[in-house]
Each structure stands twice: as C-alpha cells, then as structure tokens.
Design a protein around this ligand. Structure first.
Ligand code: 13P
Length: 335
C-alpha cells in the first residue's frame, strides 16, 4: 500500500469522516455575524478549538481541513492547532486554493485560483503537520452552464493542484462542487455532475496522479433549491451512487461528500441511504462544513465559555454522521 493510499484510508476508515473547518476569514465572518459574535482571530480560534478538542474527534473525525490562519494558531493549552488535532489521532489538512474568481471568457462562471507559489506553500504546511489538502472548483447549473470552458478549466486546475500536492507527499481532496442553487431538475444535476467528474478524472490521469492517493469530494445528486420537482431520500441515494459508479475510476479509495446547503438532518439521512445503496468498493463518507457545525455554532454563541454544551452538540452530529457513513443511522437516534 502506498503512503498516500494509507493516509486516505486512515482519514475515512470505520465510518470516520472529515470536518471541513476551512472557511476563509470572509466566510467565517458571515457565519459569526449570523450568530452575532464579532469575527476576531480569538473568537475564530475559540470556536474551532472547542470543536477540535471534542471527545468525538478520536472516534468520528479522521481529518480536519484547516484554513491558513488556523493552522498557524496556538491552542489555549500551548499546543499548535495541528498538534491538538493529532493528539486525537486525527489528521490535519489544509485548504490551499485562494478562492473562485471570475472566469475570463464566461462572465457568469468561476475559476479557482491558487497555483502560483503552491509548491512553496505546501512545503510550509507539511512542516506544520498537514498531510492532506483541499481545492474546490465550483460550477453553476442552468440551461447553458456549466460551460465546456468552465468544466475544462476547473478540471485542469484541479489536476495541476493534485499533481503538486502528491509531489510533496500529501493527499489531495479533489472537490468539484456543482451548486444546488437554481431551478434545475435532479436529472440535470446527474448529467452535469457526471460530466464534471469525468472531465476531472480525465485531467487527473493526464497529469499522472496516483488515484489511490486521492479523495473525491463531490456534491450529492439533488434537484436545485428552486426546482418544483424535488427528490428525496432513496432517489437521491440511488442517483448519487449511479453517478459515482459510472464516473469515478475504481482505484480511488474514498469519496467524502460536501453538504452544500442541505440541513444537518438531510445531509445525515442522505449519506445513510447512499451507504445502504452503495454497491461499489468506494468508501462513502462525509466532509461537511455547515452540516457539522451549524447547531454547535448556535449553541456556542449563547455562551462562548460553556465549552461542554457546544461539544455535546458537535459530538452528537459527528456521531450521527459516522453512523450514516456505515449505513447504521436512523431518525430515532436523533432524540
Ligand atoms: P459544506 O459542507 O458546508 O458545503 O462545506 C464543505 C466544504 O468544504 C465546501 O468547500
């Protein structure tokens, strides 16, 4: 087994998933504004440290994706944040793209940037303890989108990123996110997501990526948020598994879904059903941001000193998702 393959498997083994705590300062400020807490470096650290020192970290969270600010911060107990994460046998990771910018040639679409200087930044992150990375490409759906240009250029950037990451001995999370916003049908989501993922793997193979050392982070197959023909539960699961089965090469060890704006319970329920229908060899787990943090953030904002209450809420969500990643969740466990 290669070193990269064993890191990927360790992150996603036994129902473990990934905590995506890599919100940029601008996004984190929006999240904190929503609960009326000032977005200072101390508050951002305080909330994140509360999650990273929870008891569920050891049992449920195989990896944590950090943002540049956080990976360089010290925890209140004097450890660095990566050391705190490693102390629960979880693996620190880092978001390395520098955000989605307007795509020249298609004003309505975006291209993710961050390749310049990436090799040097990765060497620094490796020294700080990171062993995996994330890069997110983002795609709108409508009648005309995503365009061939956006599908090709984002796949190319993802592959160039993944090649440099593997060169530095880290596992790249490849995240092509087809957004939920819009009135598109689930069938449109299925078709466009398949096309996007297939193009990503075509480019990854061209760039000689070791696919056994990659984690794919896709969206689930859903109808758009404004669609009149929503699908639920079993249909989401069947279409999602069908899409991944046909689009992802069998060498890839694991798939970790983003939550993408689904509620906490929807994200858990859909993941559980996906695992019931998963007739592939891929591990199918979670790499959730909002769906792991939303209730914990609300609780924390009531009293930021009450660490236990926030951790209790976070531990519950982490546990529910780890059960779902094994197809063992049921709604009555939520109470
Ligand atoms: P959500 O689960 O909130 O969609 O975030 C996942 C993520 O990391 C997006 O890049």
């Amino acid at each position: 087994m290669s070193e990269l393959n064993s890191i990927a498997l360790k992150i996603l083994s036994d129902g473990k998933g990934i905590l995506a705590a890599d919100e940029s300062t601008a996004t984190m400020t929006k999240r904190l504004d929503s609960v009326k807490i000032p977005s200072t470096p101390e508050n951002r650290l305080n909330f994140r440290e509360t999650l990273f020192s929870s008891s569920s970290m050891a049992e449920c969270i195989g990896g944590v994706i950090l943002y540049d600010e956080t990976i360089k911060q010290q925890s209140s107990k004097g450890k660095t944040i990566p050391e705190l994460i490693i102390s629960s046998k979880s693996i620190p990771g880092i978001k390395v793209d520098t955000g989605a910018k307007q795509l020249a040639g298609s004003t309505e679409e975006k291209i993710t940037e961050g390749l310049d200087g990436l090799r040097e930044r990765l060497k620094e992150y490796y020294k700080l303890g990171a062993r995996f990375t994330k890069w997110r490409g983002v795609y709108n759906i409508s009648r005309d989108y995503p365009s061939k240009l956006s599908i090709y250029s984002n796949a190319h950037a993802l592959a160039r990123y993944a090649a440099i990451v593997q060169e530095i001995n880290m596992v790249p999370i490849v995240e092509p996110e087809v957004l939920m916003s819009g009135d598109h049908s689930a069938e449109d989501c299925y078709n466009k997501t398949s096309e996007v993922i297939e193009k990503c793997f075509e480019e990854l193979i061209l760039h000689k990526i070791d696919l056994r050392g990659v984690i794919l982070k896709p969206n689930m197959i859903l109808a758009g948020t404004d669609s009149k023909n929503k699908i639920e539960g079993e249909d989401v699961a069947k279409l999602t598994v069908k899409c991944l089965k046909k689009s992802v090469p069998s060498e890839v060890p694991g798939i970790a879904f983003l939550s993408g704006g689904q509620t906490e319970i929807e994200s858990t329920e859909n993941l559980n059903l996906i695992n019931k229908y998963n007739d592939t060899k891929f591990i199918m787990s979670y790499s959730y941001g909002r769906a792991l943090q939303q209730s914990a953030l609300k609780k924390w904002s009531k009293n930021i000193k009450d660490i236990d209450s926030t951790q209790k809420v976070f531990n519950h969500r982490a546990k529910m998702n780890t059960l779902a990643a094994q197809g063992k969740w049921s709604r009555d466990l939520e109470n």
